[in-house]
Design a protein around this ligand. Structure first.
Ligand SMILES: NC(=O)c1ccc[n+]([C@@H]2O[C@H](COP(=O)([O-])OP(=O)(O)OC[C@H]3O[C@@H](n4cnc5c(N)ncnc54)[C@H](O)[C@@H]3O)[C@@H](O)[C@H]2O)c1
Length: 250
């Protein structure tokens, strides 16, 4: 594949997003890692640049359109037009549906669904201009099978899958593919926080229920992103690619 593209990874300073950032940067792409966490952005960005890689780290709240637009203007000026977007930033929390207040619901939708809308829509003009682009969204197994105490999360992620499929059709004739990866269980700070809060079982317990009996790694997801972003995947669009050890086979 071309390995000198400009890649945007949201939630790029932690977990899956960091794994994607590392893999794409090490393959030779210019990568903009966007995240809310200043300290992690600084640390991980500096570590990658110390490897000689072309990485731009910037604080962005994906639920804020102005933030996203300002970051993209800086990316275009510093790195060039955006060719690949991995819309990965997200939050998760376990909370009984009866306790989901309107602000809790709204925050989940704002970050996990509207954040993807902003991230993708603001990048598409570059891809249309180039008549080449790759959009990869990170959804969730929760949208496929449902997840108790995560109705708001499941609904937002189901929205991401619908958005992905619609955009796949809308942009197919313009050299732009749009696919989604719904992970099940990936060992990341998000999973660790859920375990610590008692809203997510320990990974060794969940692993007993996964056909490939281990939690996924950020690299597992990143490797699938690499494939979807490749020239070899130019005929693959609208796909929900379950990188989940067989946890959900739909
Ligand atoms: N870990 C899993 O088991 C799992 C399972 C299914 C889906 N996912 C999805 O994968 C994605 C990545 O999750 P992860 O496990 O790596 O979590 P993580 O918490 O390790 O990383 C998520 C990153 O997103 C950032 N982020 C959160 N809100 C943001 C915002 N408004 N603007 C910009 N950045 C923001 C966080 O700061 C964090 O660095 C999420 O969308 C999550 O829902 C994860």
């Amino acid at each position: 594949m071309g390995t000198d593209r400009v890649v945007v990874v949201t939630g790029g300073a932690s977990g899956i997003g960091l794994g994607v950032t590392q893999l794409f940067a090490r393959k030779g792409h210019a990568v903009a890692m966007l995240d809310l966490q200043d300290a992690a952005l600084e640390k991980e960005g500096a570590a990658l640049r110390a490897e000689g890689l072309n990485v731009l780290a910037r604080r962005v709240d994906v639920s804020n359109r102005e933030d996203v637009e300002a970051a993209y203007a800086a990316i275009r000026e510093t790195l060039g037009p955006i060719a690949i977007v991995v819309a990965n930033a997200g939050i998760s929390e376990g909370i009984a549906f009866k306790d989901v207040t309107v602000p809790i619901w709204q925050r989940m939708i704002d970050i996990n669904l509207t954040g993807v809308f902003h991230t993708v829509q603001a990048a598409l003009p570059d891809m249309v201009e180039a008549q080449w682009g790759r959009v990869i969204t990170i959804s969730s197994h929760a949208a496929q099978s449902g997840a108790a105490d995560r109705a708001h999360y499941s609904a937002a992620k189901a929205g991401v899958i619908g958005l992905t499929r619609a955009l796949a059709r809308e942009y197919a004739a313009q050299g732009i593919t749009v696919n989604t990866i719904p992970p099940s269980v990936v060992a990341t700070p998000m999973a660790e926080q859920g375990i610590a809060a008692g809203t997510f079982p320990p990974l060794d317990v969940i692993a007993q229920h996964i056909p490939i009996p281990r939690a996924g790694t950020p690299h597992d997801i990143a490797a699938a992103c690499e494939y979807l972003a490749s020239d070899g995947a130019s005929y693959v669009t609208g796909v929900v690619l379950p990188v989940n050890g067989g946890m959900f086979i739909g």
